[in-house]
Design a protein around this ligand. Structure first.
Ligand code: C5P
Length: 244
């Protein structure tokens, strides 16, 4: 899996549906996957998700679940039901969201229940199972000793619990790839083209470095969303991914 070029995910970190819709319209000729996080989901719920799905683009639902196992499993059940038709009984696309996130710090039981629930519901609906991704250490955190070991420990926990992959920084991706194998999905945020504003991200890397790290998906928010020309910015990053 890590031999393939990684895919670009654009983080729709905006407040209103109108802003999100505008970005989806502008970017969907070049971008296949959009991330809906807590800001957009809090203001407009599944509306943005259905819009992305109606455009036949993929959804990364990044709500970083962390609660008691039963509550998280129920949230994952709802997430798996998020299909284009809005009604699983009428579903004819064979698809749910592409991926969702949950905190590995929630513990093994929480992670296991979530993974089992996604599997069970996908089977029941006869649809593709959404990928469950464990958050390891947030990229904005720096004051941690031995981040590499901690990230690998949490990635191992995610795998043991039946999750499909993790979210981690580009700096930890090579070690995760080595320890967890080729089929383990690695999603890396904190991507900044050379000369871009870093913002609050700490462990940042360029798209080229992210490609070399063995990451499968690169998450980019502000460098595209806040750009004067978001499509040009996305295309520039896509070119860098292809040429890396
Ligand atoms: O704007 P920027 O490119 O920094 O956006 C990064 C996105 O990736 C944000 O939506 C953030 O929530 C997300 N993310 C992150 N670190 C993680 C997981 C997700 O920055 N560990």
């Amino acid at each position: 899996m890590s031999q393939e070029k990684p895919k670009l995910i654009v983080a729709l970190d905006v407040r209103t549906f109108e802003e999100a819709r505008n970005l989806i319209e502008i970017l969907s000729p070049s971008v296949d996957i959009f991330k809906v996080g807590s800001q957009l989901f809090t203001s407009c719920g599944p509306v943005a998700i259905r819009y992305i799905q109606a455009k036949e683009r993929e959804v990364f639902l990044d709500l970083k679940y962390h609660d008691i196992p039963n509550t998280v499993a129920n949230a994952v059940e709802s997430a798996t039901y998020l299909q284009p038709s809005g009604n699983p009984d009428l579903n004819n696309t064979n698809k749910s969201i592409l991926m969702y996130t949950l905190h590995t710090t929630g513990g093994k039981e929480m992670l296991e229940k979530a993974a089992q629930t996604a599997q069970k519901i996908a089977q029941k609906l006869n649809i593709r199972k959404p990928l469950g991704l464990g958050i390891t250490v947030l990229t904005s955190e720096v004051n941690r000793d031995n981040i590499q070991n901690l990230v690998v420990q949490r990635a191992l926990l995610a795998k043991e619990a039946g999750l499909d992959g993790v979210v981690a920084s580009v700096h930890e991706a090579p070690l995760i790839r080595k320890e967890l194998g080729e089929d383990f999905v690695i999603v890396t945020p904190g991507i900044r083209p050379k000369d871009a504003d870093v913002g609050d991200q700490k462990r940042v890397a360029t798209p080229s470095l992210a490609v070399e790290s063995g990451s499968n998906y690169l998450v980019v928010g502000r460098p595209i969303v806040k750009a004067e020309d978001p499509l040009a910015s996305a295309q520039e990053i896509l070119k860098e991914i292809q040429n890396a």
